[in-house]
Design a protein around this ligand. Structure first.
Ligand SMILES: [Zn+2]
Length: 279
């Protein structure tokens, strides 16, 4: 289990397992001749992809960033992506029950980031984390509701609408502090309103950067996923992120990297970006 401390906060990576993404979609316009040197694809060109959530124990509250794919995926999509559904087991292994979670933060509302927000109970869909207050961006939610041809498949309303109806989900309008030391910051590109989660403690910073940089293989400015709605903004957002994260040594959490869930982004010789992993 990946665990560290940041000031008074304890940070733990908890995974929902791994799923399949198409390697071509994962690396966008980058030729396979290049990305295949970094990750291995199977015979169907699928890449084994992590689903990392971050558990933040503040001492006062248990905060869960992102909730993986969950266990409600339609059968057709289970065939394509698989549905590992391991998050609750891994939370249990970290000593946390669903009732112990006080706050859930979704960086955006794609189904592989908010699936465990809710579970089915008979005819109803209810909060998986019964006591939790959930946070997402209002404009992200509104975009999902449009059900546009391009990305309707990514937005499944049972993952969030029941929480809005029950009053458990708080919709944010831009950057915000969630609790002292934990805040959200918009980094547009993957979606217009995707938010990263910043943790500050003991003079140090960590950042759950979500799909702006999904894995350590996506550090290059131009290695942008085909899923991104605004690839030019992804590049600008990455520049902004590196301009702070590298000199200030932010511990960066990679949502979709099973092998390297977190590390410090560094610029090596000739400007090449790399990750220094936690010892
Ligand atoms: Zn996404």
């Amino acid at each position: 289990m990946h665990r560290t401390t940041l000031g008074d906060f304890e940070l733990t990576v908890v995974s929902d397992g791994t799923y399949f993404l198409d390697g071509g979609a994962f690396f966008g316009v980058v030729p396979k001749a290049m990305w295949s040197k970094k990750v291995t694809a199977d015979a169907l060109n699928r890449v084994d992809t992590g689903l990392n959530s971050l558990l933040i124990r503040t001492g006062d509250k248990n905060i869960l960033v992102e909730t993986g794919i969950g266990n409600k995926l339609p059968e057709k999509l289970v065939q394509i992506y698989t549905q590992p559904a391991k998050l609750l087991d891994n939370l249990h292994a970290a000593g946390v029950a669903p009732e112990d979670i006080d706050i859930v933060i979704n960086t955006h509302l794609h189904f592989d980031h908010c699936g465990w927000n809710t579970v089915r109970r008979g005819d109803h869909v209810v909060a998986t984390f019964p006591r939790a207050k959930y946070y997402a961006q209002r404009q992200e939610w509104q975009h999902g509701r449009l059900q546009l041809e391009r990305d309707a498949i990514s937005y499944m309303s049972p993952n969030y609408d029941p929480l809005i109806e029950s009053g458990q989900m708080v919709l944010l309008d831009g950057d915000a502090e969630v609790v002292p030391g934990v805040s959200v910051k918009i980094f547009p590109g993957h979606t217009a309103d995707m938010q990263a989660v910043m943790v500050e403690g003991g003079g140090k910073k960590a950042c759950y950067i979500s799909d702006l940089i999904p894995t350590a293989a996506h550090l290059d400015l131009t290695w942008v996923m085909a899923f991104d709605l605004f690839p030019l903004e992804t590049i600008e957002s990455r520049k902004k992120f590196y301009a702070q994260a590298i000199p200030e040594k932010w511990l960066t959490v990679f949502t979709h990297d099973d092998a390297t869930p977190w590390g410090y982004v560094e610029r090596g010789e000739r400007g090449k970006l790399g990750v220094k992993t936690l010892g």
